[in-house]
Each structure stands twice: as structure tokens, then as C-alpha cells.
Write a protein that binds this ligand. Structure first.
Ligand code: ADP
Ligand code: ZN
Length: 203
């Protein structure tokens, strides 16, 4: 089957940190390889966790080689360099620029199965990058949850901690090279002090 005859589609693997997005991405990529489909794997250069930029890796140690990119349009250039690519997989999609919407759409319309994994909410619990938009235009959305490290319920929030304390609302969304850490927490255990509590109307 040629590339243009294949049905293209967009699949999203979303959720908080530790929810298993990278594991799921790697699983889908492995299965595509078993089906002898040429695959290209990318990740945002902003994520260098564990084995560095050249790999997609999970918190359990699974890893897969990946091409680091700064901008979404680089995906098209790399795919054009390798004729016959049937699957394009991207990890840490939340860090990419708005162009990822056009890039994913273009690839899907040209018969490519596009698998985009990413954290769909930031440390405030608000939509992260283009993830919400991508979830809307995708054919298939898998939303994963982690386990709350405090109470054991399902976790839907990324708790940012700075020097062991909950990060405040006014901090930047992306802290490159920062000393912050993250925990998976449920809605009840999630804590986020506001800049000025008096200015925030409570229900
Ligand atoms: P993500 O890409 O969503 O950050 P990964 O695929 O890298 O997630 O890692 C998921 C793995 O992380 C789980 O299979 C589990 O072994 C481990 N893990 C560590 N902490 C947690 C947690 N709080 N909840 C769920 N899994 C966790
Ligand atoms: Zn909890």
C-alpha cells in the first residue's frame, strides 16, 4: 500500500505526568514496527529526562530512540527525508508551538497515522500548549490518569513543588533547568496558593 492510500489519522495520548503516556506511545510504536510500518519518533528538545534528548523514555525505564526538535515544522522536513513513513509519533507535545496543529493535520491528510503524547494540563491544572486543540481535532483520544501519591486515588493534577512547597499560581508554566519537582495528585490533594488570596473570589 502506498502512503497516499493509507487512511491517515490523529491519535492523542494525554494525561498528567506519571500516567503512562510514554509507555503507551512506545507500545504503539513497537506494534507499528511489528506491522513493518516505517515510523519516525520525535520529542521536544525541552524534555531531556533520563536518557537525554535522543530518546523517548518512560518513568519505568522503557526507551526508544527519537529525533529532538525545536519547532513543529521540523517534523515535516524529517518526514520528507524518509519516503514511506506511515507513523509519526511525538512525545512531550505540550512543549511544541501552535504549528503542530497544521503539521499533524497535513500528515493525517497525507495518509500518516500521527500519535501525539503530551501532558494536557500545566502545573495550574489549565490546558497546556496546543494539547486541548489537538484533542478536539483528533480521531482518537486516550486520557490517562496516574495515582495520587498522597491518597492513592486516581491523579489528574501535576503538583509542582519548589523546595518541597506547593508552587504558587504566578510561576511560569515552563521552568527550564529549574529545581522544581512534580508529583501526581488528585483534585482534592492538589495545592496551589494564589499570588494574593484576597483577590480570588471563592465559591
Ligand atoms: P508519563 O509519560 O505519563 O509521565 P511514563 O510512561 O513515563 O508516564 O511512566 C509511567 C510509569 O511511572 C508507571 O507505569 C509507573 O511505573 C510509574 N509511576 C511512578 N509514579 C507514579 C504515580 N504516582 N502514578 C502512576 N505511575 C507512577
Ligand atoms: Zn489524593
Amino acid at each position: 500500500m502506498t502512503t497516499s492510500q493509507r487512511p491517515g489519522r490523529i491519535e492523542i495520548v494525554a494525561g498528567v505526568m506519571f500516567s503512562g503516556k510514554s509507555e503507551e506511545l512506545i507500545r504503539r510504536v513497537r506494534r507499528a514496527i511489528i506491522a513493518r510500518t516505517p515510523v519516525k519518533v520525535f520529542k521536544s528538545h525541552l524534555d531531556a529526562r533520563y536518557v537525554g534528548l535522543q530518546h523517548v523514555s518512560s518513568h519505568t525505564g522503557l526507551s526508544f530512540s527519537a529525533q529532538p526538535i525545536d519547532r513543529s515544522e521540523e517534523i515535516l522536513r524529517h518526514v520528507a527525508d524518509t519516503p514511506g513513513v506511515g507513523v509519526v509519533a511525538v512525545d512531550e507535545t505540550q512543549f511544541l508551538d501552535a504549528g503542530i496543529v497544521e503539521v499533524a493535520t497535513h500528515l493525517a491528510e497525507h495518509g500518516v497515522r500521527v500519535i501525539l503524547a503530551g501532558t494536557d494540563t500545566d502545573f495550574r491544572g489549565e490546558p497546556f500548549g496546543m494539547m486541548g486543540h489537538l484533542m478536539a481535532i483528533a480521531e482518537d483520544v486516550t486520557k490517562l490518569q496516574a495515582i495520587c501519591v498522597l491518597c492513592g486515588d486516581l491523579a489528574c493534577r501535576n503538583q509542582r513543588l519548589v523546595a518541597g512547597q506547593p508552587a504558587r499560581w504566578d510561576m511560569p508554566v515552563v521552568m527550564v533547568g529549574g529545581s522544581e519537582t512534580y508529583e501526581a495528585r488528585c483534585r482534592r490533594c492538589f495545592q496551589m496558593p494564589r499570588l494574593n488570596e484576597d483577590q480570588v473570589p471563592l465559591l
